[in-house]
Ligand binder design. Structure first.
Ligand code: NAD
Length: 261
């Protein structure tokens, strides 16, 4: 599955699912702009390693997904350096776990901004170029929580449900321009995001770490296995390929059977 000659932006690609997707796209021949937060030397090491391993042009943008002007600047930089942006994967996401009455308003705002509104700003910025070239791939990383809820995750569940609605809407708007827009909805994938929410869930539910992993996280997943980042990346790569040109407006689940129940 070749993406030779294509260029991509993957947000939140310095870790977890985003880094795996960026790697898969670069291995398939695409030039990639990475994005994420972190310490400068660490971020440069990630960029340089991917460039060395794939031989592709790998750039990095420090754009904060909470800031619309930084998202627009990231797209402008990618269009400047690559000449065009064919693929965007809106993946950056954060989580916060608390009962609704204790949910900090600033955490709600940050989750909605990063997990939902950033995808709007990203699409708004790349669509004019994609429309002009009559080709584009927009992949938004949602979650099984775009289809079902879990207690204590009100902002996350709201943002991910909203992301599916947004993606379906732009899929309809862009359908005759050779541009597809799809969601990928993973179940529990073993990444730093999942690992980091274990202490809060332990507190919220008064459980041990093992209880949270087995009785809360994998309780929902009939396969009783965490999804691996490479599996999500393979699905993203497929959606970006020519073979997937008639898959649009779809919420593609990869959740070990969770939402089948
Ligand atoms: P992660 O914590 O490993 O990585 C998150 C990435 O987002 C990092 O690169 C981080 O720097 C970046 N990021 C965070 N805030 C940012 C901001 N304000 N601006 C720019 N970048 C920012 O997370 P992950 O588990 O790989 O999750 C990636 C996506 O997959 C998220 O949208 C998440 O909701 C979704 N998802 C994850 C799981 C899972 O089980 N891990 C399941 C379903 C959906």
């Amino acid at each position: 599955m070749s993406l030779a000659g294509k260029s991509a932006i993957v947000t939140g690609s310095t870790s977890g699912i985003g880094l795996a997707i960026a790697t898969a796209l670069a291995e398939a021949g695409a030039d990639v702009m990475l994005n994420g937060l972190g310490e400068a030397a660490e971020l440069e090491a990630i960029r340089a390693k991917l460039a060395a391993e794939t031989g592709r042009k790998i750039l990095f943008s420090p754009a904060n997904m909470m800031k619309p002007d930084e998202i627009a600047a990231m797209v402008a930089a990618a269009e400047g350096d690559f000449g065009k942006v064919d693929i965007v994967v809106s993946n950056a996401g954060i989580q916060y776990v608390a009962p609704v009455e204790d949910f900090p308003a600033d955490k709600w705002d940050a989750i909605i901004a990063i997990n939902l509104t950033a995808s709007f700003h990203l699409a708004k910025a790349v669509v004019p170029g994609m429309k002009a070239r009559k080709h584009g791939r927009i992949v938004n990383i949602a979650s099984a929580h775009s289809l079902v809820a879990s207690p204590f995750k009100s902002a996350y569940v709201a943002a991910k449900h909203g992301l599916v609605g947004f993606t379906k809407t732009i899929a309809l708007e862009l359908a005759t321009f050779g541009i597809t827009a799809n969601c990928i909805s993973p179940g529990y994938v073993w990444t730093p995001l999942v690992e980091k929410q274990i202490p809060d869930t332990m507190k919220a539910r008064n459980m041990t770490k093992e209880q949270v992993m087995n009785d809360v996280l994998l309780a929902a997943q009939p396969t009783k296995q965490f999804v691996q980042v490479g599996e999500v990346a393979a699905l993203a790569l497929w959606l970006c390929s020519d073979a997937a040109k008639n898959i649009t407006g779809a919420n593609n689940v990869i959740d070990g059977g969770w939402t089948a129940a």
